[in-house]
Design a protein around this ligand. Structure first.
Ligand SMILES: [Zn+2]
Length: 471
């Protein structure tokens, strides 16, 4: 289909789309989804009347899914737009079936840690987004007075780091900072999302690794060297601290990009205790294994790290059992020079994996191999992230009243990840060359077809979202 056709489709605000397999909250069943004015007005019988509206037929080899929600995306604009940007990232999102994303407060300059910087970011995003975009604010030392101002400005919650973030303009917090900030967040009813690694175990591990490297040539090129420098203990200590602070302050707490199997028990216990405590993991922790990362392959570097095969299987078990709630991308690209791919130095390379466009097929490939259904995958990649940011009245489900954000997905079709298929600004990704199952054929945003097999609607149709619009 050509781009011109997509533009024409934008005005078709009233139609019915039906499929033999539609993922609805109750499961996967034949259904006809009635769309009017950008919303789902009814989910009816497959063979029911269309009331004279145009009918879009999805063939039997495809599944109709709710648009994906990705609550962990670094877009880096303004300030580091050479790393990524609203145009490229949201095109990648549309091509990956993602219709809603929430953008991280750091790696852009300024970082989103004041109300003014939030307005700067919204202005930078205006008119560029192909999907709906919301924003996180940041908790950094000394910005407590800004938290209610940013919250009133529409951020979905606040991110903090317990270790250095990698960029100078977003400082990490200490337990004392959190003891001051979290009661304020609890009072506001705001969500705190946490990069959960503590400094001490990493500093000790890094010193040991550097000491050992003195006698060895090229040890920084080996993945194992990096893995040893980011021990599970750093994550485990951080999760323990956050459970305690959540219990003491009552602030809703969410662990981002959880990787350590050793602290899954802490997540389970926090939930069993009834604390408002959730956690996400990412496609790379569920796909790759430390044993398989080639020497010098810094495209696999992220923090916390991809761990061993055994650890990966425990993360899958935790998803199945509900200790981990969702899978989001943590799309965090940078220019290829910063990955130091030539040198292959894992200790000096920027940590971050680019995967915004690939999340659905990456997760589906591994999930189906372990016997998980597409409904379960939709919960992890769409419904659960929508609930996290309280957008579940509008996003993440095919249900009357929700936005008509839909994905036509071919679960049995395979493709090889070629860098030129990627809409990300930079094409370096550890998924390159992998064969994945599941092709996103088309994506609808509020009833408008924004993506169709490589073609995009030429006008960005995405809206900037604010907290509170979703229920
Ligand atoms: Zn991140």
């Amino acid at each position: 289909m050509t781009v011109a056709n997509l533009t024409a489709h934008k005005n078709e605000s009233e139609f019915v789309i039906r499929a033999r397999r539609v993922v609805v909250p109750a499961g996967c069943a034949p259904a006809a989804v009635h769309v009017r004015g950008g919303r789902i007005v009814m989910v009816g019988e497959f063979d029911g009347t269309t009331h004279g509206r145009p009918l879009v037929e999805v063939d039997d080899a495809a599944i109709l899914l709710p648009g994906l929600v990705d609550t962990h995306v670094h877009i880096n604009e303004p300030g580091r737009t050479d790393w990524e940007g609203f145009t490229t990232a949201t095109r990648a999102a549309a091509a990956g079936g993602v219709t809603t994303l929430v953008e991280m407060p750091l790696n852009s300059i300024p970082a989103t840690t004041t109300r003014e910087s939030l307005e700067t970011k919204r202005a930078a995003a205006e008119g560029k987004c192909h999907v709906d975009v919301g924003f996180w604010g940041g908790v950094v030392p000394g910005n407590i007075a800004e938290l209610p101002r940013m919250f009133a400005g529409g951020v979905f919650g606040f991110k903090c780091f317990l270790v250095p973030s990698g960029v100078d303009e977003f400082e990490h917090v200490t337990e004392a900072d959190l003891r001051a900030a979290m009661p304020e967040l609890a009072r506001m009813g705001a969500l705190l999302i946490v990069h959960a690694e503590t400094p001490a175990p990493i500093e000790a591990a890094l010193a040991a690794v550097e000491h050992a490297s003195d006698d060895e040539d090229n040890s920084a090129r080996r993945y194992e060297t990096f893995l040893r420098s980011r021990p599970k203990a750093a994550e485990d200590e951080a999760v323990r601290l956050m459970v305690r602070l959540c219990r003491e302050t009552g602030a809703r707490t969410h662990i981002v990009h959880h990787s350590s199997s050793a602290s899954l028990q802490l997540l389970r216990a926090a939930k069993a205790e009834g604390l408002p405590f959730t956690a996400e993991t990412c496609p790379h922790y569920l796909t790759f294994a430390a044993e398989d990362v080639p020497d010098g392959a810094t495209e696999f570097k992220c923090c916390p790290p991809v761990r061993e095969r055994e650890n990966r299987e425990r993360l899958w078990d935790a998803l199945a059992a509900g200790a981990l709630d969702m899978i989001v991308s943590d799309h965090s690209p940078c220019p290829p020079e910063l990955k130091r791919r030539e040198e292959g130095d894992f200790l000096k390379a920027w940590g971050g994996i680019a995967s915004l466009q690939l999340r659905l097929p990456a997760v589906w490939t591994e999930a189906r191999a372990r016997g998980h259904s597409i409904e379960r995958v939709a919960e992890w990649v769409a419904s659960a992230p929508a609930r996290l940011v309280e957008l579940d009245g509008r996003k993440g489900a095919i249900r009357a009243g929700c936005d008509a954000d839909l994905v036509v997905f071919r679960p049995d079709e395979q493709f090889r990840v070629e860098p030129e298929l990627l809409e990300h600004r930079h094409k370096l990704t550890p998924y390159a060359g992998r064969t994945l199952s599941g092709v996103v054929e088309a994506t609808y945003l509020r009833g408008a077809k924004i993506y169709d097999r490589g073609a995009f609607m030429n006008e960005p149709a995405g809206a900037l979202l604010a907290r509170g619009e979703g229920r």
